[in-house]
Ligand binder design. Structure first.
Ligand SMILES: Nc1ncnc2c1ncn2[C@@H]1O[C@H](COP(=O)(O)OP(=O)(O)OP(=O)(O)O)[C@@H](O)[C@H]1O
Ligand SMILES: [Mg+2]
Length: 395
């Protein structure tokens, strides 16, 4: 493994003294080994001639090699042979020549695609001379990179979603100001457009707030009956279903009540979003059935089944993404439907975040043109959990 040139005991104390105290040479070697074996960064030791003399487990993982490496793998190879990244050998060369630390972000393509930060640290002899050996520290930034992309896309999506209603409000107000205000019929219609677009903005901001709450894991847990809550939400959406001529029915479990310990308003939102979708994406004369049951694992199972437009099988894995909407759904809603102005594609991502934060699962099955079924599971409250100092939402 990696070893460092060390000062003799009699010489000036190593820099680490004062932090860990003086340690023996053997201890120091074992400490170094323990550290390199257990850090999450990849560490490669590269000699003056550019060959790798040791690699720790994360370094092997980064280059898709099992640890410990087989003979001929990584150790003994040049940096270029082992990693195929010329930028890494250049970095080591610069560190070697200047006897200074060099750092760069390196993007890997192909099978091990991702972003890494490479830090080349030159090593020195006891006398303070650069040995030519370089310690190459590799930090995997792929997750950070993914989050950066997600954030950029998120901001772009939010801006886009804001721009459409705002542009519409502006254009309509302009038309009113340039004369339409005098015509009662037109002015009424235009004001309705402004109201509708403003409602859409309100919904978007509420959804964004809800999403950020769900992502931040903010919850106020209480104990309540899921049947009661589902019945409440169904009742709230009955008007919408009637207006759309869609039959909405709730089938509660026959005898048991399903007590859960969760954030009631968040679970309300989950049930609402699922039934709202089912009603929204089901044409006239279709039906939506909401069922609640208990599964073998003792979890509550809520299923919302509709006879609606359905989802393409290749789209199914994407429906829980933020802002994702099927083209068919957009057309379906903006067509004959005067009730909705179109959603933002945040509903299901909120559902997923909330349910997973509560230790449950959510799944979707669908057949294009036939209908969809969304199934949510939620752990039941255990009896001990009902005793506690937390505020209960419903007794
Ligand atoms: N029951 C369903 N039937 C058919 N398609 C659905 C159904 N539920 C969701 N979808 C599809 O998944 C997409 C994402 O749903 P989601 O609830 O996240 O967003 P939305 O309903 O478009 O907008 P929002 O819920 O933010 O108002 C929908 O646009 C639609 O394409
Ligand atoms: Mg929705």
């Amino acid at each position: 493994m990696i070893s460092f040139a060390r000062r003799e005991e009699s010489e000036t104390p190593p820099r680490s003294e004062g932090v860990v105290g003086r340690i023996s040479r053997e201890d120091s070697r074992s400490l170094t080994e323990t550290i390199t074996q257990n850090v999450s960064d990849g560490i490669l030791m590269v000699t003056a001639s550019g060959r790798i003399t040791s690699a720790n487990p994360p370094a092997c993982l980064m280059f898709a090699i099992t640890y410990p490496p087989q003979s001929g793998e990584i150790v003994g190879q040049t940096l270029l042979e082992a990693t195929h990244l010329k930028v890494l050998s250049d970095l080591c060369q610069s560190a070697r020549e200047s006897a200074d630390v060099y750092e760069a972000e390196v993007r890997r393509l192909g099978r091990n695609e991702g972003l890494i930060r490479a830090r080349a640290v030159p090593l020195f002899s006891d006398a303070g001379d650069a040995t030519g050996d370089v310690l190459l520290i590799l930090t995997d930034l792929s997750e950070l990179d993914r989050l950066r992309t997600v954030r950029t896309e998120f901001v772009a999506n939010v801006s886009h979603e804001l721009r459409t209603p705002l542009a519409s409000i502006r254009a309509t107000a302009e038309t009113l100001l340039t004369g339409a205000l005098e015509d009662p019929e037109y002015s009424h219609r235009f004001l309705q457009t402004i109201m509708r677009e403003a409602d859409r903005l309100v919904r978007l901001s509420e959804d964004l707030l809800e999403l950020s709450r769900a992502e931040a894991g903010q919850r106020e847990r209480g104990r309540f009956d899921l049947c009661e809550l589902t019945a409440e939400v169904v009742a709230r959406l009955m008007g919408l279903a009637e207006r759309r001529n869609v039959s909405l029915k709730f089938f509660p479990p026959e005898t048991i009540s399903l007590m859960v310990r969760a954030d009631r308003s968040q679970i309300d939102q989950v049930i609402f979003n699922l039934i709202d979708n089912a009603v929204k994406y089901t044409p006239t004369n279709g039906d939506v059935k909401v069922r609640l049951n208990l599964n073998d694992n003792g979890h509550a199972v809520l299923s919302v089944k509709d006879t609606g437009i359905g989802i393409l099988s290749q789209d199914l894995p994407r429906i829980f993404e933020r802002f994702w909407r099927a083209d068919r759904a957009r057309k379906f809603q903006s067509g004959e439907d005067g009730i909705h102005t179109g959603g933002t594609g945040l509903g299901l991502s909120i559902v997923k975040r909330i349910i997973e934060a509560h230790g449950g699962t959510v799944a979707a099955a669908s057949e294009l043109g036939q209908g969809s079924q969304f199934t949510v599971t939620l752990p039941l409250a255990s009896d001990e959990e009902s005793i506690g100092s937390e505020r209960f939402v419903t007794p």
